[in-house]
Design a protein around this ligand. Sequence first.
Ligand code: AKG
Length: 309
Amino acid sequence: MLNRIKQSIRFKYYNLRMSRLVWLHVFNRRGRILFKRNLNKNLHEIQKKILKDLRKNGIVFVKITDLISEQEWESLRLYVMNKVNEPGVQKRIKQNRSAAYKGDEKYYNIDLIESKVLDLKNPIYTWALNEKILQIANEYMGMYVKFRGVRLWASLPVPPGAPETASQRWHRDLDDRQLMKTFVYFDDVDETAGPLHYIRESHGAGTWNSVFPTPFPLGSYPPPGAIEKVIPKEYITKAVGKAGTLIFCDTSGFHKGGYCTKKNRYMLFCLYASAATIDPLGYIYPSTLDTSNLSPRARFALENEGMPS
Ligand SMILES: O=C(O)CCC(=O)C(=O)O
């Protein structure tokens, strides 16, 4: 009985926190004011195009070198591929390829970032806090956003016929009303390498936004086959692409991926959300963090609860 009351209060609290009014005018007031004061006046054409498609469809993909130099891409790629090729990682990959299905666990993913401590010199965090990406995230959300975490995954083939599980199933992320993730592929991703799938217009005010909505703080995982009954398959985007494909995606809309049948997939994702986000922070602050060289938007992105002063 007590548990049911607690549960009901919890749902009511998150419902209120995520209601448009409270989300916009209470939790995100500061982020919106700062954004308005420092509007991104000089967006490049490619950023404008990304924003237009992201707003309309909830997903857009480009080449990473449309936004960063070949040299910057090469150093990020080298960093990641060196990680992939470390003997310990190779051993885990061999052991875990086609591992037995384990219910709801992400048994098919190996996380390649061993330390969760934020390191501004690490190429992964340099990428995550890239000004052009932050500008896009801010424009998309209409506010200064928070950077909430990264994952670098080796997604491995599943046993033949294994059911889709966890993030291989259609779902909406629980983090926020609206959010932006970037995904980068480090190897070519074809149909057999578990491409990210997305249902266009299932985000924001899109045509399919009210289909199986997220009951905060839970996210939404409709039963297998339910989505296909409601949404025509023309709305499904399958993000197959070459190494260097960069995907922008609002994962409050329906998405799934990582169901590899033959090839491994090496993918990095970064998460940006509003100050009202409810998912735990995905990194740990070091005992000292020098943010003096960062722009105001990057500093705001790193100001999260629990940050040492
Ligand atoms: O592995 C994938 O492609 C899906 C990732 C996902 O569901 C997420 O990042 O929310």
